[in-house]
Every structure is written in structure tokens, then in C-alpha cells.
Design a binder for this molecule. Structure first.
Ligand code: NAP
Length: 244
């Protein structure tokens, strides 16, 4: 059976891990790409147990060299990359007035420049196949803004802008590019927030529950499928109604 190949950045944990496992259940082979060897290997092993092919890549999306050599290695081993999910992301929160330039730069470098670099490295292979899907994991705050997250919000708003530019540049090559803007999803990233902040968030969510990584993974599965072949340049909000 023909399997498409999906490369998922930040696939070792949280939303990225769930995306990798969900795509695997839809008959994708997966490149599990994040900086830590052992974490990648554990996810890859789970994928193999459910019958898919998986390759691990120790990829730091913020390093041009790591991205170039990593994507080349993935193409060599898997033969193709049909779907790219730019999911890797970090936070370094603080009020803008006091934010260190290093924290600003690091968040922009990983969340935005990282997505640009991996996309740039993968696009030639997609053009060759005349088929491709890029799904960028943005955030609800990229559209809303959020006090204390100037770096993160700028990176996610930038990612939405990048999504629209790539969608226009690549449409003629049958490559679609979309963003998903998750609301509050239960992962390590949000697990560290104080209960008071979580309670305030919950009060703003009409569906009255936090999202699960599977809520995002199912949206990625849809955008990566043939069913989504007329959707490009869009931002799919998966946020329980938190922002409409
Ligand atoms: P998470 O649990 O903190 O996982 C982050 C992932 O990114 C990990 O796999 C991590 O790898 C990887 N990563 C970090 N730096 C990297 C780098 N330089 N290169 C490659 N991979 C790197 O986060 P999450 O909650 O699953 O979030 C996933 C994405 O969803 C992020 O882009 C985040 O901004 C977005 N998002 C999350 C929420 C939410 O509520 N959780 C809401 C909106 C958007 P290691 O395991 O090696 O650290």
C-alpha cells in the first residue's frame, strides 16, 4: 500500500507526538523530528508498533545546518516528504517592558525562523512530486494578542503571515499551506501555568473544557488529507470557541 511521508517537528512530546501517532494511523510514514534522541526513539517505536514506518531525526529547527542536513537525511532514507507539520515551539513569557532580547530572539528563532527554514528545505522535494501539504501550528494568541507573551505572539502572528505567503507562492505547484491556531491544550507547555491562570482561561472557553492534543492532531489529519485539497492559506481555529 502506498504511504505518504510526514515530517513532524517537535514530535517527541505533547501535540507533536499526538500528530505523529494520528497521521501514522492514517497510513502515513513518519519522520519524528526533535532535538532529543531518546524521546524521538520512544515515539518512533510506538509508530512501528502500530504498523507504520518511522525514522528519527535529531533536528534543531533553529539551526540552519541542522535543518539542511536533517531534511537531506530524511529524504535519503524515506525517499519523499509529502507533508510537513511545523509544530516545534517554545515559550519564554514575561512583560515586554522587561523582556530580555535573548528571550525575544530565541522564541522568534525557534517558532518562526525554524518553520521558515524547515519549509524552505522541504519545498523542493514537494515541487518535484507536484503534491505537498504544509501545516503550521500557530496559536489563538497569534490572532488575539496576550499580555506577557510579546515574543510568542509575534512569532505566531508571523507564522500566520508566513503561511499566507507560502500558500500564494506554492499554489501553482499543488502544495497547500495552512495554519492551525490551537486554544488552550493540555500539554507540558500549559501544565506549568498557575491554577489561577488556568481558571481565568477556562472562563473564556464556551465549550468549557481545555483542548486535548488529539483535537489538534485530528485537524492536522484533515488538512493533510485529499479531502482538504481546496483549502490553502487558511487559519483553522481549534479553540473551543475561545476566539471567534
Ligand atoms: P511542548 O509539550 O512543550 O512540546 C514542544 C515540542 O517542541 C517538543 O517536542 C520539543 O522537543 C520541541 N522543540 C523545542 N525546541 C525545538 C527545536 N529547537 N527544534 C525542534 N524541536 C523543538 O509543546 P506543545 O504544547 O505540544 O506545543 C506544540 C506546538 O503547539 C507549539 O508550537 C506551541 O506553540 C503550539 N501551541 C500549543 C498550545 C498549548 O496550549 N499547548 C496552544 C497553542 C499553540 P524536546 O522534547 O526535545 O524539548
Amino acid at each position: 500500500m502506498f504511504h505518504r511521508v510526514a515530517l513532524v517537528t517537535g514530535a517527541s512530546r505533547g501535540i507533536g507526538r499526538e500528530i505523529a501517532l494520528t497521521l501514522c494511523r492514517s497510513n502515513f510514514d513518519i519522520v519524528v523530528a526533535s532535538p532529543e534522541i531518546e524521546n524521538n526513539e520512544a515515539v518512533a517505536e510506538t509508530i512501528r508498533q502500530c504498523g507504520g514506518d518511522a525514522m528519527t531525526l535529531n533536528l534543531d529547527v533553529s539551526s540552519e545546518e541542522s535543518v539542511k542536513s536533517g531534511v537531506a537525511a530524511a529524504l535519503k532514507q524515506m525517499g519523499r516528504i509529502d507533508v510537513l507539520v511545523n509544530n516545534a515551539g517554545i515559550t519564554r513569557d514575561g512583560l515586554a517592558m522587561r523582556m530580555k532580547a535573548a528571550d525575544w530572539n530565541l522564541v522568534l528563532q525557534i517558532n518562526l525562523t525554524g518553520a521558515f527554514l524547515v519549509s524552505q528545505a522541504v519545498i523542493p522535494a514537494m515541487i518535484k512530486e507536484r503534491w505537498g501539504r504544509i501545516v503550521n501550528i500557530a496559536s489563538v494568541v497569534g490572532e488575539m494578542g496576550n499580555a506577557g507573551q510579546a515574543n510568542y505572539v509575534a512569532s505566531k502572528s508571523g507564522l500566520i503571515g508566513l503561511t499566507k505567503c507560502l500558500a500564494k507562492e506554492l499554489a501553482s505547484r499543488n502544495i497547500t499551506v495552512n495554519a492551525i491556531a490551537p486554544g488552550f491544550i493540555e500539554t507540558d507547555m500549559t501544565g506549568v501555568l498557575p491554577q489561577e491562570v488556568k481558571d481565568q482561561m477556562m472562563a473564556t472557553i464556551p465549550l468549557k473544557r481545555f483542548g486535548k492534543p488529539s483535537d489538534i492532531a485530528n485537524a492536522v489529519k484533515f488538512l493533510a488529507s485529499e479531502d482538504a485539497n481546496y483549502i490553502t492559506g487558511s487559519v483553522l481555529r481549534v479553540n473551543g470557541g475561545m476566539y471567534m
